[in-house]
Design a protein around this ligand. Structure first.
Ligand SMILES: Nc1nc2c(c(=O)[nH]1)N[C@H]1C(S)=C(S)[C@@H](COP(=O)(O)O)O[C@H]1N2
Ligand SMILES: [Mo]
Length: 251
């Protein structure tokens, strides 16, 4: 709530004309040709972009960390492939990075851990009405994208997950501003421990300026795409497809 109020006061400070002008630009920007945003969502998206591509979500101290951080959604992917990874301690697991990239690549957990890491203590906000502050450690998505080199036609990064609900795979997507944002990481550590299965082992995204359902767990593959229309039901994510949650879940 505090952050929402902050954003509102910032918007007031920027003035109405800036927002209207910005929104007109937004509607015609190529990134939105294949997405129909609700007006509240467009305002949220555009206000974040006005505040700045690299504006940071608040970070907290160890003293602020929640004593318990509950799990939500799937907590144990059912697929045989994932079960095999659990049995082998993710030793043969690899993150694929492909799609519209110059050099598709796969990264073992060890390879990801050998890359420069970022640790951040942030607040997770679930639309179902709970929040928790936790510490996340992982590799910035930017570092992976720099390795594979996006093609100029790439506009979104799709995260393919190992789990499903009744056969519909969980997936999520973000634009390139969020993909290259310094706080967007693929986390393998939580609260100074290896990421647990319940919280998305071996790898989950943290995209800190958005809500909980964007924080994809059990990430198996990053795919660079030009359009989200061919993914799932075309709305850019599992909950976006199923119940119409906003694709841009800014907080
Ligand atoms: N793959 C996958 N990612 C997911 C979910 C899920 O069910 N499957 N649930 C989402 C929702 S709604 C929330 S609030 C967070 C919960 O993360 P946690 O279990 O670490 O608390 O994960 C998000 N990412
Ligand atoms: Mo959530």
């Amino acid at each position: 709530m505090a952050r929402l109020l902050t954003r509102r006061s910032l918007l007031t400070g920027l003035g109405y004309s800036a927002i209207v002008g910005g929104t007109a630009g937004l509607i015609f920007s190529p990134a939105f040709r294949d997405l129909l945003l609700g007006s509240g969502e467009a305002l949220s998206y555009q206000s974040h972009r006005l505040i700045g591509r690299n504006a940071l979500a608040p970070e907290f101290t160890e003293a602020d960390m929640s004593p318990t951080f509950r799990t939500n959604g799937n907590t144990m992917p059912a697929s045989a492939e994932y079960q095999a990874h659990i049995n082998t301690g993710f030793a043969n697991w690899q993150l694929k990075v492909d799609g519209l990239v110059a050099t598709p690549a796969s990264f073992s957990l060890e390879a990801l851990k050998a890359m420069p890491a970022r640790t951040q203590i942030t607040r997770h906000d679930c639309v179902e009405g709970w929040s928790a502050i936790g510490k996340w450690t992982g590799v910035p998505m930017k570092a992976l994208l720099d390795r594979v080199q996006l093609m100029p036609t790439a506009r979104y990064i799709v995260l393919h997950c190992a789990d499903d609900f009744s056969g519909s795979a969980y997936y999520e997507s973000i634009d390139l501003v969020d993909a290259f944002h310094p706080q967007t990481i693929l986390a393998y550590g939580m609260n100074d421990q290896a990421l647990s299965v319940g919280h998305g082992a071996p790898l989950r995204m943290r995209v800190e300026r958005q809500l909980g359902y964007k924080q994809a767990k059990y990430v198996m593959r990053l795919e660079a795409v030009a359009s989200l229309s061919g993914m799932g039901l075309g709305k850019g994510g599992f909950w976006e497809d199923q119940i119409g949650y906003d694709w841009y879940a800014g907080i």
